[in-house]
Design a protein around this ligand. Sequence first.
Ligand SMILES: Cc1cc2nc3c(=O)[nH]c(=O)nc-3n(C[C@H](O)[C@H](O)[C@H](O)COP(=O)(O)OP(=O)(O)OC[C@H]3O[C@@H](n4cnc5c(N)ncnc54)[C@H](O)[C@@H]3O)c2cc1C
Length: 272
Amino acid sequence: MRSRPNLTLPGDITIDRVIIRGGRAPGVVDALGTVFRAGEVVLSAGSYGSPAILMRSGVGPAEDLRALGIDVEADLPVGRRLQNHPFFHSFALTPDLQTLTSAFAAQPWLASSEAQAGELGRDIVATHLPDGSFSPTGGAIVLAAAVTRPESHGSARLASRDPYYAPVINNNCPATARDRGRILEAVRLVRRLAGTAPLTGALAAELVPGDAVRTDDELEAAIAAGIATYGHPTSTAPTGGPSDEWAVSRTSRPPSRTASPWPPATGRRYGP
Ligand SMILES: Cc1cc2nc3c(=O)[nH]c(=O)nc-3n(C[C@H](O)[C@H](O)[C@H](O)COP(=O)(O)OP(=O)(O)OC[C@H]3O[C@@H](n4cnc5c(N)ncnc54)[C@H](O)[C@@H]3O)c2cc1C
């Protein structure tokens, strides 16, 4: 692929913005001001890089762009529908079991108690951690309970007009009562599995959140304090048709934008 005569792959370039002329994108500009002209621009800078480039190009929430002195090309919800997979948990291994024969043991996909038909919205992953130095037994296995179809939305916003500044990321997850309930239920299920053979023979104690954490309130607080993500950010610049409130592929301003909060209230809490 790299040897194709019609392909040039320049490296070590930070793209500042897409040039937009009359609703078209005839090129890009890098952070040093070099202009790259093109018949077509395909933006593929990932879930954080792509919205940042779009916003520096003037495509994004108008209020945020104006606050940074960026001329607005299109007032669209770029960076406002960030989704990620929240996950939680960890256990210690017994002293005589420092390694697992399979590093990746199992990954059941599960429906929560209030799942809709066919919705497998959670998973549990059992993985041996190569570095168990933080564990009192010297070994650790993580039993991660994750919500794989979260409804919570976070955001990726520009902190600066400077292309060398990373966007500010807020996963905001789990933000809804349903997502909180699903992860709580999954963590409780992990505890039940951990207390069932053959895992009982392999686990010395619960490291996180620990046996002192018992009630739902305590567990919810521990989850809120220790929640992590799988690093699967997505949906910060979703494409979609004119009826999709989140789509950033439209060029015109949605009619509801100035009159009411955007997206229209649905009873759910969206991004911050
Ligand atoms: C720890 C971890 C584990 C994962 N495990 C899995 C897995 O098991 N299975 C799976 O399917 N997925 C996994 N993923 C997710 C997967 O890595 C991503 O979904 C995938 O890499 C996204 O590809 P992408 O091309 O959209 O973006 P990226 O891979 O993020 O690529 C974007 C590129 O654009 C560049 N870029 C950004 N901004 C600019 C700029 N301004 N100028 C120039 N270049 C720029 C970045 O440097 C990067 O090279 C994992 C992710 C993480 C973090």
